[in-house]
Design a protein around this ligand. Structure first.
Ligand code: PLP
Length: 451
């Protein structure tokens, strides 16, 4: 008889189940209910340390979510905790000048090829929103272009054609479609959607260059992290030729695909890059970096009256606060001084992918861990996708959710159909447990008729 994995999980989670009942009365957050479903069991985290999390019922998991990317040094790394504690003792937020902001900006300018100057925000969403605004101010043009399936956060210009939609037009010339209700048609109309890897996208940029301020792109698509560097090189050439700014959204790839992020790994320098996640050391953070020329609308002249009229205002009460900048700088300095972190995390991901793929091939299971470096996603497909549309099948989505539930039951905290991140503190033993959980879960899913 088929297992009911949700029911079995709930039996292991009596205390968490009580919290879930409370949550359902007051919370709408997808962190609790999952973005696409209302599960009957949720493990609530009580503690996290290194690569492990423990829930309210004392179940321990190898965490491969790693907060969707920021925790490249694992949970509560001593160096980061010390930096944050020292900052907290001296005041958590000033909203006035402090040295920590300068220190983090200096480390970032040193690390990031395109960065001559940096401005801080509180999230990746704010970073992409402001980057778009700056590009418009710099070029005097309103339209922006993004790629189908590209995720840039949740502001009105980002929630266009990033996730599943039934109406998307022809693959080589996608329509711009709002991701959710509540996005004004006027915003959607300012966003052109392109298809990765297709020459038609580059043609569209040429054709619309007179109205196009910028192209924003995840240099490695977060939902199918594969190497598209040849296409990116073409994109860089065409945008430069056409006077359109190129924005790399490095919210995930920054400091993960190597210390200098995707732009260093691929040796392609954008005009502007956006950051979040790792650069905040586990605290809420975001940043825009770029050449002084591209970020000119942010560089004040010293004449307040003129600046008030001519300059783009990026401010936020908590932007660049002392706790975030202290933890962020400690994290980045650690990565700078420990280059061995990158081969370690990439090697773990490589081994997990290799062994799980061999297992699937042996057992005739159409399943791939698709990723680059220390970052991959489970997909129920046969080969590597070229376009976001290759992954759009509902089966893939639903099976990914079910797999998440089996993996958690087997002691690996993996989110539903989402990204797996390795960290410096994941060990070979953790990787063994992850491989074992994938293998057992996939076999059980097949036995239970979920494959
Ligand atoms: C590529 C990319 N851009 C932007 C964002 C938004 O960042 P945040 O969640 O900090 O708002 C994310 C978040 O996952 C992301 O992956």
């Amino acid at each position: 008889m088929a297992r009911d994995i949700e029911k079995l999980s709930a039996e292991k989670l009596p205390e968490s189940s009580k919290i879930l009942a409370r949550a359902r009365k007051v919370l709408l957050s997808p962190q609790v209910t999952g973005p696409f479903r209302a599960p009957s069991s949720v493990a609530f985290v009580k503690q996290a340390k290194g690569s492990r999390i423990v829930d309210f019922d004392g179940n321990e998991y190898v965490d491969v979510t790693m907060a969707y990317g920021p925790l490249i040094l694992g949970h509560s790394h001593p160096v980061v905790v010390a930096a944050a504690e020292e900052a907290v003792r001296n005041g958590t937020v000033y909203a006035i000048a402090h040295e920590g902001e300068v220190r983090l900006a200096e480390v970032m300018v040193d690390a990031i090829p395109c960065a001559e100057r940096v401005a801080f925000t509180n999230s990746g969403t704010e970073a992409t929103m402001h980057a778009i605004k700056v590009a418009r101010a710099r070029t005097g043009k309103d339209q922006i272009a993004k790629f189908e399936g590209g995720y840039h956060g949740v502001h009105d210009y980002a929630q266009v054609s990033s996730i599943l939609a039934t109406q998307m037009g022809p693959a080589e010339d996608p329509e711009s479609v709002p991701d959710t209700p509540g996005i004004p048609q006027a915003s959607v109309g300012q966003v052109m959607t392109l298809s990765y890897q297709m020459p038609e996208g580059l043609e569209k940029i040429r054709k619309h260059s007179h109205e196009l301020a910028a192209v924003i792109v995840e240099p490695v698509p977060s939902s199918y992290p594969v190497d598209m560097s040849d296409y990116l090189r073409e994109l860089r050439r065409v945008t430069k030729e056409c006077g359109v700014l190129l924005i790399f959204d490095e919210v995930i790839s920054g400091f993960r695909l190597g210390y200098g992020g995707a732009q260093q790994r691929f040796d392609i320098t954008p005009d502007i890059a956006t950051y979040g996640k790792i650069m905040g050391g586990g605290f809420a953070a975001g940043a825009i970096a770029g050449s002084a020329d591209a970020l000119e609308p942010l560089i004040t002249s010293g004449d307040p009256l003129r600046d008030m009229q001519e300059k783009v205002l990026i401010i936020g009460t908590f932007s660049g606060n002392p706790v975030t900048t202290s933890a962020g700088a400690a994290t980045l300095e650690y990565l700078r001084d420990h280059p061995e972190v990158y081969p370690h995390i990439d090697g773990l991901a490589e081994r997990i992918k290799r062994e799980v793929h061999a297992f699937c091939d042996k057992n005739g299971i159409a399943f791939r861990l698709i990723g680059l470096g220390s970052w991959f996603l489970p997909h129920f497909v046969d080969g590597e996708p070229k376009h976001a549309r290759d992954l759009r099948g509902l089966d893939n989505l639903l099976r990914g959710e079910i797999l998440g539930a089996y993996m958690r039951y087997h002691g690996v905290y993996m989110p539903d159909l989402h990204t797996v991140f390795m960290s410096a503190v994941h060990s070979d033993e953790d990787a063994d447990r992850v491989i074992g959980a994938f293998e057992t879960s996939l076999l059980e899913m097949r036995e239970d008729g979920a494959l």
